[in-house]
Structures are given as C-alpha cells and as structure tokens.
Design a protein around this ligand. Structure first.
Ligand code: COA
Length: 260
C-alpha cells in the first residue's frame, strides 16, 4: 500500500516502516498516526514479514512528537479522542505478535519517546535525544508515556523526565534503561537489521508467546504471571515448531521452523 507520510519496504523477513515528514522532523499528525496503524496491520498480515523496524526519515529525527499545530482548538473531548487514537496504535505495536524494533535515529520527543516505548526493543543512534516535554506546553504525555515510561525505567526516573520535561541524550537514555543499545548513526540500520535476523532465526510462535507472556505478566501479580507463562509454555508444545526445534537440536542440525 502507498502512504503519504510513510515509506515502507520489506526484504529478508524485515518490514521497515519509516515516518517520512522530514520537513516537520517526522512529527505525528493524525493522518500519520492512522497511516502507522494501517502499515502495522499490513505487516501483521504479511507472512513475508517476521520482524518490523520503525524509524524516521533523515538523520535528525525519529519522531519530534505529536504535531503541535494540531493541538490548537482542541477541546477536552477532542483531546481525549486525540490521545486515544495514538494509544490505540501504540497498543497495536506493543501487542503485535511480530517483534517490533525502534531504530531511534535522532529526536524522539513526546510522542516519539512514546512510540519507541511501545516497541519491544529500542536501539538508538549516538545523536538520539529523548524526553517527554509535554509539561512545557501545559500538557501531559498522551500516547502512553506516563504508563510505559514508568514501567520501563521505574517511577522515580519516569517522573523526573516527565516533570522536568528535560531532553536526555542517547548515553543517558541507555544508562536509565530507556534504550537497549547505542550505536553510531551510520550503523543504526545495520545494527537493527542484524538483531532482526537473530530474532527471525527463532520460531515465530515462540516469539509471539514470549511477547504475550511478558506483556500480560507485567499487568498481573507474580503468581498470575507465572500461570500465564506456564499456559503459554504448554501451548508451544502443541506447535509443530517445538517438535522441530527440539529434534533439530538432538540431531545437531539447524531447525526449519514453519510458524505452526
Ligand atoms: N509539531 C509540529 N511541528 C514540529 C514539531 C512538532 N512536534 N517538531 C518540529 N516541528 C517543525 C518545526 O515547527 C519546524 O517547522 P517549520 O520549518 O515549518 O517552522 C520544523 O519542524 C523543524 O523544526 P525546528 O524547530 O526548526 O528544528 P530545530 O532543530 O531548531 O529544533 C526540536 C528541533 C526537536 C528541538 C524542536 O523542533 C522542538 O522542540 N520540537 C517540538 C518537540 C516537542 O515538544 N514535542 C512534543 C510535542 S507534545
């Protein structure tokens, strides 16, 4: 499908989604958020795509936030709807059965940090800058930042970032656990591609159930989370791939997974 504000491509099992509004530092207007929804749904249904990588166009920005020009004139109900629209897409990413990697290639502010938080793994370039500056506009994060940031880096660090609105560099983002790794900008795409291939070598259903177990477990007590894990562990044994994976190990050969 053709998009106005996104570039998509696929190859070697990877679906690339690049937000392409470089003149606005890839800020997310409503149209782009809806296009992101369509692009993620498209790749969910595409059997050639095993891992999705989300990034921004150009060398300056991943996503410089929600498009602030669209905030003018929003009333309370309209703003709530605005937040929920973005939250729907971040939830779609977070609960995707295919792993999603954020390749953070520059500014990831406000909605940029929030979309990165919804991805399963974050790799940042050395020039990346992250933060939740909404309070500087008299707002609060609305695409999941108050919830996912606290879950990822802890309440104290999350509140420091959200209350100060401070922008942090890639090094600090790594130190607080906001990103998994930092690489030179020129190596970002290759680093994400390499990680994607490591993931693609594994059984698709095992990847899906791993994401589900981690996501569901984080909303449960430890005891309930362990039940969730045990059920999904059991379910993997009903898959052909678990038979293939264990047989391949014992026969000292590479597994040939089919996603069944
Ligand atoms: N919404 C709308 N437009 C945005 C934007 C956003 N979040 N972020 C950047 N832009 C636009 C700028 O208005 C500018 O457009 P123009 O050339 O038509 O004036 C263009 O993108 C380039 O941005 P500019 O500010 O000139 O680049 P810079 O290098 O001087 O600064 C930033 C970069 C990211 C520090 C700065 O653009 C910024 O603070 N953006 C807003 C970040 C933010 O608060 N995001 C959270 C929103 S809730």
């Amino acid at each position: 499908m053709e998009y106005k504000n996104l570039l998509t491509k696929k190859g070697d099992g990877i679906g690339w989604i690049t937000i392409h509004r470089p003149e606005k530092l890839n800020a997310l207007n409503v149209e782009t958020v809806l296009e992101l929804r369509s692009a993620f749904l498209e790749f969910q249904d595409d059997s050639e795509v095993r891992v999705v990588i989300l990034t921004g166009s150009g060398e300056k920005a991943f996503i410089a936030g929600a498009d602030i020009s669209q905030f003018l004139g929003l009333d309370e109900a309209g703003a709530k709807e605005y937040a929920q629209r973005g939250q729907d897409v971040t939830a779609l990413i977070e609960n995707s059965k295919k792993p999603v990697i954020a390749a953070i290639n520059g500014y990831a502010l406000g909605g940029g940090t929030e979309f990165a938080l919804a991805c399963h793994i974050r790799i940042a370039s050395e020039n990346a800058k992250m933060g939740q500056p909404e309070v500087k506009l008299g707002l609060i994060p609305g695409y999941g930042g108050t919830q996912r940031l606290a879950r990822l880096v802890g309440k104290g660090k999350a509140l420091e970032l959200i209350l100060s609105g401070r922008t942090i560099d890639a090094k600090e983002a790594f130190e607080i656990g906001l990103v998994n790794r930092v690489v030179p900008l020129a190596e970002l795409a290759a680093a994400c591609g390499k990680l994607a291939q490591e993931i693609i070598a594994n059984a698709p259903l095992a990847l899906q159930y791993s994401i589900q177990a981690v996501n569901e477990g984080l909303d449960q007590s430890l005891q309930d989370g362990l039940q969730t894990e045990a059920s999904l562990f059991g379910r993997t044994f009903a898959s052909e791939d678990s038979q293939e994976g264990t047989k391949a190990f014992l026969e000292k050969r590479k597994a040939n997974f089919k996603g069944k």
